[in-house]
Design a protein around this ligand. Structure first.
Ligand SMILES: [Zn+2]
Length: 113
């Protein structure tokens, strides 16, 4: 789970890369990950589920990044956590494991870091 930072902008972290909690998107759309919020050292995020979450949140938070929003395919199932609601209505600051899209990429696994 993460939360919105007051005054957060795509330049909060000195873009690029664009930073979203532990996830980030660089200037050509690669999804990156930093285990240390204070570090600018990023590695590529290869897990499909985490990429889905970061891209969904990038598109939701910043209109400039709307083209990064994942596109649902027919085989992609409803999110098992929010049952398709796209997060928890009472707690809009919480990020569901579906990135608040209400669905997850078929075959993806939420692996521990
Ligand atoms: Zn969900």
């Amino acid at each position: 789970m993460t939360h919105d930072q007051p005054g957060e902008t795509i330049f909060t972290w000195g873009a690029p890369p664009l930073k979203f909690g532990p996830g980030a998107v660089d200037e050509i759309g690669h999804v990156l990950y930093s285990g240390d919020e204070m570090s600018a050292a990023f590695t590529a995020l290869t897990n499909d589920r985490y990429r889905h979450i970061v891209l969904a949140q990038a598109a939701a938070r910043f209109p400039e990044l709307a083209q990064l929003r994942p596109t649902r395919r027919p085989e992609d199932p409803v999110c098992p956590s929010c049952r398709g609601a796209g997060g928890v209505a009472q707690y809009p600051q919480l990020i569901c494991e579906c990135g608040n899209l209400g669905w997850i990429p078929a075959g993806s696994v939420l692996e521990p870091f």
